[in-house]
Write a protein that binds this ligand. Sequence first.
Ligand code: UDP
Ligand code: MG
Length: 149
Amino acid sequence: MEQTFIMIKPDGVQRGLIGDIISRFEKKGYYLKGMKFMNVEKSFAQQHYADLSAQPFFAKLVDYIISGPVVAMVWEGKDVVLTGRRIIGATRPWEAAPGTIRGDHAVEVSRNVIHGSDSVENGKKEIALWFPGGLAEWKSNLHPWIYEN
Ligand code: UDP
Ligand code: MG
């Protein structure tokens, strides 16, 4: 099964959205495999967003990510990378459909509450960066009620 890296950004934490966001992934039928509540160093934020280092908004983005604690998580499940992105909604909140996290809870692209890996490959890289110590091993007893196999 696929894994994705999800991070509740500092605005999501400050606005009390942690529970709502975790609930959406939990209720869907995905498994939480790792979770940390932490402040991020500037160099670490730069590393996480290294692919965007040439973008004009890069410095502001890094300052945003280090402006308060974040919730770093790994979620596992069938098609969780793409479906996770659909649960999150479009990058620009005004383009995010109602019912998505960003569609329901965000206004500005620079305050868009949550990060999710955009491909299986990037998910692997991000999980290795954020969870070098590995992940929890478990499977829900409800597994057969959610997944056919
Ligand atoms: N971002 C921004 N201004 C922009 C585009 C992106 O501040 O014009 C921020 C925004 O917080 C976004 C993050 O940079 O979530 C990473 O951008 P990406 O294109 O990877 O969007 P995402 O994968 O988060 O939807
Ligand atoms: Mg991205």
